[in-house]
Ligand binder design. Structure first.
Ligand code: HEM
Length: 456
C-alpha cells in the first residue's frame, strides 16, 4: 500500500472543474480531429495522462498493454462505467450495469441466441428483410440517402429477428419512441419538463411498456399455442428455466440495450462500406466478383444461406478494414474500482479510464501505412497482435452482437453490389456525434443493373 501511495497520478491537468477537456474533445470529434488531438496529448505526456471528461477525473491510456488492461481486468479492478443518463434510460438490469457472475449469467442467456450455431438458421430471414428493404427503398430511385436507410434496415432486422414484431403500426410506434429515447441518452441528467432528458425518460418508459406487453403475448404463445422457442430472441429467453437464467425485467432491459447497441453501430458500418466502395473501384470490383460467384450458384429468388456467407471472405475483410479506419465506436469508459497502479502511476479509486479504438488501429508501429486502405491485412488474423484491433472491444465484455452484425452486413452488401452501382452525390467528409456521421447522411446516385432487373 505504501508503495502505491508514494506514486503520482499521471501527468496532465484536470482543467476547469466538471468541464475539464469535455468540450475540447467533443469539438474535435465533431471536426473529425479527435485522434490528432489525442496524438498531441501522447506526444506531450506519453501514453498515459489525466484529464477531466463529463464531470469525472479521467485517465486516458493508449497502447496494446493499456487495451489489455482495460478489456482483461475483472470487475474488482475496473467496473463498467456508464453516464447517469445512459443508466437510467437503459434500465439497471442491462448487461452494461451488471458485473461478475450476474453479468456472465445474463450474457450467456443472450448468447444462446446470438451465437453463430444459432444465428446460422436465421440467414434466410435476414435475406428476406434486406430484399424487402431494397424493393421498397432503392428500386426505381436515382438518389438515396444511405445512413437513414441503413438505420431503418437495421431496426427492421432487429424487430423481426430479435423481437418477433411484424411490420405494421406496432413496429412504427416502437421506432418513433425508440428514436425519442436515444436522442436524450447523452444528455445532462436533470429531469425537468421539456428537456431532452425528460422526453427521453418518458420514451424509455413507453418502450419498456411495449416490450412488457410483447413479453406477455409471447409467454402466452409459448404456453398455450406451442410456439417455437427459437422463433426470436425474446421467445428464446422466455423459454429458459422459468426465469432462473434470466428474469422478465432483465429481458426487458436487455432488449432495450440490444436495440440501442445493435442499431446505430451496424448502420454506420454498412454506410461506411458503401462510401468506401464508391471511392475505391478496385475494391468494389473484387467484392462484386466474390458476390457474383455466389449469386451465380443460386436459383432465382433463392435466399442466401450460412454456407454462402462463409464464402464471403474478401467482403468481410473489407468490412474489417473499414472498421479499422472508421470504427463505429470511438472508445469507451471504465471506472477504477480501487486505487490501481498502472505504468508507474496511480489511478485513484472512482476515476474513469478512457480507451480509444483508433489509437492502436491507426498506429504505424502496429499497422504498416495505417492511412492506406488494405483489406489484405486481415488475410492472416494471427499476424495482428492481440488487443490492437478492437472495433468490437475485447475480453468478457466483447460485443456479443459481432456475428449478428457480420451476417446483416454481408447480406446487405451482397444485395447492393449485385443489383446497383453508385457514386457519391456530395463530399466525402464526416464528423463524430459520437458515431461517425457522413455529411448529409451520405446521399448517393444509384443505377440499377439491367440484367438484375430482368431476372427479378
Ligand atoms: C458493427 C457493429 C457493432 C460494433 C462495431 C459494436 C461494438 C461494440 C463494442 C466496442 C462493445 C464493447 C464496449 C465496451 O467494452 O465498453 C460492444 C458491446 C455490446 N454490443 Fe456491440 N457492436 C456492434 C453491433 C452489435 C449488435 C448487432 C448487437 C446486438 C445484436 C450488439 C450488442 C452489444 C451488447 C449487448 C454489448 C454489451 C456487452 C457487455 O457489456 O457484455 N452490438 N459492442
Amino acid at each position: 500500500k505504501r508503495r502505491i501511495s508514494s506514486k503520482k497520478t499521471p501527468p496532465g491537468s484536470l482543467g476547469i472543474p466538471m468541464i475539464g477537456q469535455s468540450l475540447s474533445l467533443l469539438q474535435h470529434m465533431r471536426a473529425n480531429t479527435a485522434e490528432k488531438w489525442l496524438e498531441k496529448r501522447i506526444q506531450k505526456y506519453g501514453p498515459i495522462s489525466k484529464m477531466c471528461l463529463f464531470g469525472k477525473p479521467t485517465v486516458f491510456i493508449y497502447g496494446q498493454a493499456a487495451n489489455k488492461f482495460v478489456f482483461a481486468s475483472d470487475s474488482s479492478t475496473l467496473a463498467n462505467s456508464q453516464t447517469e443518463s445512459v443508466k437510467t434510460i437503459l434500465g439497471d438490469r442491462c448487461l452494461l450495469e451488471l458485473s461478475g457472475e450476474e453479468h456472465k449469467r445474463v450474457r450467456n442467456a443472450l448468447m444462446s441466441f446470438l451465437k453463430p450455431e444459432s444465428l446460422k438458421h436465421y440467414v434466410g430471414k435476414m435475406h428476406q428483410e434486406v430484399r424487402l428493404h431494397i424493393e421498397q427503398n432503392w428500386q426505381g430511385k436515382q438518389e438515396v440517402t444511405v445512413l437513414p436507410l441503413m438505420k431503418t434496415l437495421t431496426f427492421n432486422i432487429i424487430c423481426t429477428l430479435l423481437f418477433g414484431i411484424e411490420r405494421g403500426t406496432r413496429r412504427d410506434e416502437l421506432v418513433d419512441w425508440f428514436q425519442e429515447m436515444i436522442a436524450g441518452m447523452w444528455s445532462i441528467p436533470i429531469n425537468l419538463p421539456f428537456t431532452r432528458y425528460n422526453r427521453s425518460l418518458q420514451a424509455s418508459k413507453r418502450v419498456q411498456d411495449m416490450l412488457k406487453d410483447l413479453i406477455g403475448e409471447k409467454k402466452l404463445q409459448l404456453q398455450q399455442m406451442g410456439a417455437d422457442p427459437k422463433q426470436d430472441l425474446i421467445t428464446c429467453l422466455l423459454s429458459m428455466n422459468d426465469g432462473e437464467e434470466i428474469s422478465e425485467k432483465e429481458i426487458v432491459d436487455n432488449s432495450v440495450l440490444v436495440m440501442t447497441a445493435g442499431h446505430d453501430t451496424s448502420s454506420v458500418l454498412v454506410t461506411f462500406l458503401i462510401r468506401l466502395l464508391a471511392n475505391d473501384p478496385s475494391v468494389y470490383k473484387a467484392v462484386l466478383q466474390e458476390q457474383e460467384e455466389i449469386a451465380k450458384s443460386k436459383h432465382r429468388g433463392e435466399p442466401l444461406t450460412w454456407e454462402d456467407l462463409t464464402k464471403m471472405k474478401y467482403t468481410w475483410r473489407v468490412a474489417m478494414e473499414t472498421m479499422r479506419m472508421f470504427p463505429p465506436i470511438f472508445g469507451g469508459f471504465r471506472q477504477a474500482a480501487k486505487d490501481i497502479e498502472f505504468d508507474g502511476y496511480i489511478i485513484p479509486k472512482g476515476w474513469q479510464i478512457f480507451w480509444v479504438s483508433s489509437m492502436t488501429q491507426m498506429d504505424d508501429g502496429i499497422f504498416r501505412e495505417p492511412q492506406k486502405f488494405d483489406p489484405a491485412r486481415f488475410e492472416n488474423p494471427s499476424s495482428i497482435p492481440p488487443y490492437c484491433y478492437i472495433p468490437f472491444g475485447g475480453g468478457p465484455r466483447i460485443c456479443p452482437g459481432y456475428e449478428f452484425a457480420k451476417i446483416e452486413t454481408l447480406v446487405t452488401i451482397h444485395h447492393l453490389v449485385t443489383q446497383f452501382t453508385w457514386k457519391l452525390s456530395s463530399d466525402n467528409r464526416f464528423s463524430r456525434d459520437p458515431m461517425p456521421v457522413p455529411t448529409k447522411g451520405l446521399p448517393i446516385q444509384i443505377v440499377q443493373k439491367k440484367q438484375i432487373l430482368q431476372v427479378s
